[in-house]
Ligand binder design. Structure first.
Ligand SMILES: [Zn+2]
Length: 327
């Protein structure tokens, strides 16, 4: 059960590499990276789930009031659980009257968060409605918030919240809930059908960080990054992209620039657009390089559009893992 890094994180990282508008964007990227680490931590513990459960990660569905998203959904023939992961650190104080969470970091700085229990309750409401036409009778839905950072502590004066727990205790919590739900709602076959419905109806995250952060297309830096020193503006010379800073050369560094293009501008690129973005001198070279990618294409001559590969996120993941290995 491998969870990919979310698409919106890839997009924001590409934008961060290629723009000067940094502060707000950088903190959003850091927050999403930390969120993803928290989810991976949860996934590790969920790999010990008892048999009979099906888990879904980062599930976006279209409800009556619009799109709703769940970090993790677990379904069994008896009940379902929505889990929201928070990778918070520091001390947490919960004010029950106001439904408000306050976090104090190590320096004592105070920060307020929207109530994650309210968030999972809303998700539950949408999911119940979404499931209704697919089920013989309503499936009970539990909601949990897990804290993935072991150093995050709940203030002892806060009320006890049975639905909030550290990620490491998730399996014993699921077993406890499992023993409370003994009425079988779904047959194995129905559970299988529901799982297929969920997979088939999951939506791709189409959020565009350019509009979120009010960044214009003209503010995006074009060019090919050096895979070794990470600086921009490798130059095409004698059949390779060459880095003027560290001397590294690469025949396919431009691929990752094209992936950035797809992440930021959309699913296809023309030869003219690619030439400008890769900062190439001529159309002929651009055409040859685009042909080498093997990207699916549509149209003829100057109108030809090259489409992003279907497995774009897998390719990005692979490159990301290689870079991390290299350190
Ligand atoms: Zn370099």
């Amino acid at each position: 059960m491998k969870r990919n890094r979310p698409l919106v994180l890839w997009k924001e990282e590409a934008l961060l590499r290629r723009t000067m508008h940094r502060t707000e964007l950088a903190s959003s990227v850091a927050m999403r990276q930390s969120g993803h680490r928290g989810e991976q931590e949860l996934d590790y513990h969920l790999s010990f789930l008892p048999s009979g459960f099906k888990a879904f990660q980062d599930l976006r569905l279209l409800g009556e009031g619009g799109v709703f998203q769940m970090d993790t959904l677990i379904v069994s023939p008896y009940f379902a659980i929505i889990i929201e992961v928070k990778n918070w650190s520091g001390k947490l104080v919960y004010n029950q009257e106001r439904g408000q969470w306050i976090r104090f970091d190590v320096s004592g700085k105070e920060e307020r968060f929207p109530n994650p229990l309210g968030q999972v309750q809303r998700q539950k409401h949408h999911l119940l409605k979404w499931l209704r036409p697919h089920l013989p009778q309503p499936l009970p839905i539990e909601t949990l918030v897990t804290l993935s950072n072991p150093n995050c502590i709940m203030d002892t004066n806060s009320p006890h919240l049975p639905n909030v727990l550290h990620t490491e205790n998730i399996i014993s919590k699921i077993k406890e809930l499992n023993s409370c739900h003994r009425k079988q709602i779904l047959t194995e076959a129905q559970l299988h059908t529901i799982s297929q419905h969920l997979h088939q109806n999951r939506l791709t995250d189409r959020r565009n960080p350019l509009s979120t952060f009010h960044i214009g297309k003209e503010d995006i830096l074009p060019g090919v990054f050096c895979p070794l020193c990470q600086k921009l503006h490798m130059k095409w010379n004698r059949r390779r992209f060459r880095c003027p800073f560290c001397g590294h050369s690469s025949a396919n560094a431009y691929l990752y620039a094209l992936y950035d293009y797809f992440l930021l501008f959309g699913e296809n690129v023309t030869c003219k657009e690619a030439q400008k973005f890769l900062k190439l001198d001529n159309r002929h070279t651009t055409y040859k390089l685009l042909q080498q990618t093997g990207f699916r294409k549509e149209g003829t001559n100057k109108g030809t559009k090259y489409y992003q590969p279907d497995n774009l996120v897998d390719r990005l993941e692979e490159q990301y893992r290689r870079q991390r290995k290299r350190g």
